[in-house]
Write a protein that binds this ligand. Structure first.
Ligand code: NAD
Length: 350
């Protein structure tokens, strides 16, 4: 039995979800707007196949909520939104479909601003740009902010510095050992930042070429996908997929800090409690990995790389405050981060 639409919205505590269908192009789009108290909703556009339409709606609801939390904690004047386009099976005209989506976004009048996400590219954002101004992630020559990963990596590095200060009492990363799981876009840039500051790196990646590049260029020690969890290190930095922290992996960790870029690192919230009980400081994922979002949000007001950098550097303060409050209240850091968001939203509540 499928859940009726409004019951689904009630269950996820939503007030606003927009649907668009365009028969000519096959567009089936969902724009979920979770919260706009801090500003217009900003969030990527996902274009992947879904088994059911319900799955697509639930994905949009879940992702848009996450954007509210990420933006609020990053201190940017945006709410949380996300769009999901159900990828058609069979032949379709991609540009025509994205133009239809762009018209839909334009009709929302700036209440929702879109960006790249899984399954979409800068080319798609360029197509959207032809029909709506409420799009980010366009080409730099059109005011775009470029690849977000270096900014995400910068923010993660700042978060690691804050954790190192709290746990090891050190003001720099000289000699600090960091195990990085996944050296793709963000992981590689993070390794470069850490290496430049004197950290010792251990890395693992499914793609041996990526791991070898970190070894060759940044003197990283390469270990197997499995051994990365047991690396003897100060910091474990998950920069691959979600759910890296689970019942099987947490007991194997030999680090004092978990701080990385991956989204949804905790398989379940209780794993954040588990880390605290083991005396491991966990930097909440959406707090530490907001650099890319901070950078893209800058496009809305006129892109300025120096401002993006300065704002991303402040992730140090956010992570430091979370760690401090968590220690004082003897509460897991992920709960403190959620509380800080709820406090910020309550301050602007009408
Ligand atoms: P990416 O695909 O470029 O990199 C992921 C890397 O992890 C790849 O090199 C892949 O081979 C590797 N990998 C996959 N499974 C692995 C495993 N089991 N063990 C070790 N390595 C594995 O992606 P990315 O853009 O670098 O993003 C990394 C993570 O950070 C994702 O969870 C993403 O959602 C999150 N994130 C990225 C950004 C950004 O700016 N790109 C922003 C916020 C959050």
């Amino acid at each position: 039995m499928t859940t009726p639409l409004f019951e689904l919205l009630e269950h996820h505590d939503y007030g606003e979800v927009h649907l668009a269908r365009d028969a000519a192009t096959g567009l089936k789009a969902i724009v979920a707007i979770h919260d706009t108290r801090l500003g217009p909703a900003l969030g990527g556009c996902r274009f992947i196949p879904y088994e059911t339409e319900r799955d697509a709606i639930v994905d949009a609801l879940r992702l848009a909520r996450g954007m509210t939390y990420k933006a609020a904690l990053a201190g940017i004047a945006h709410g949380g939104g996300k769009s999901v386009l159900i990828k058609p099976t069979g032949q379709f005209d991609r540009a025509a479909l994205f133009r239809a989506f762009g018209r839909f976004v334009e009709h929302l009048g700036g209440h929702y601003i879109t960006a790249e996400d899984s399954g979409t590219s800068i080319e798609d954002m360029e197509v959207l740009r032809g029909v709506t101004k409420h799009v980010t992630g366009v080409k730099p020559e059109h005011g775009g902010s470029g690849d977000p990963s270096p900014f995400t990596a910068l923010g993660v590095r700042r978060g690691i510095e804050a954790c190192v200060k709290r746990v090891l009492g050190k003001d720099d990363l000289e000699g600090v050992s960091v195990a990085v799981q996944g050296v793709g876009h963000v992981g590689y840039h993070l390794c470069r930042e850490l290496h430049a500051l004197g950290a010792q790196l251990t890395v693992a990646d499914i793609d041996p070429l990526k791991a070898e590049r970190a070894q060759r260029e940044l003197s990283a020690r390469v270990v197997s996908l499995d051994a990365i969890f047991e690396a003897d290190c100060d910091v474990f930095a998950p920069c691959a997929l979600g759910s890296a922290l689970n019942d099987a992996t947490i007991p194997r960790l030999r680090c004092k800090i978990v701080a990385g870029a991956a989204n949804n690192q905790l398989a379940e919230p209780r794993h954040g409690d588990d880390l605290m009980q083991r005396g491991i400081l966990y930097a909440p994922d959406y707090a530490i990995n907001a650099g890319g979002l901070i950078n893209v949000a800058q496009e809305v007001v006129g892109y300025d790389e120096a401002v993006s950098r300065a704002r991303t550097m402040k992730i140090y303060d956010t992570i430091y405050e979370i760690a401090e409050r968590a220690e004082r209240a003897m509460t897991p850091t992920y709960r403190v981060a959620d509380t800080m968001v709820e406090e910020r939203l309550a301050r602007v509540a009408v």
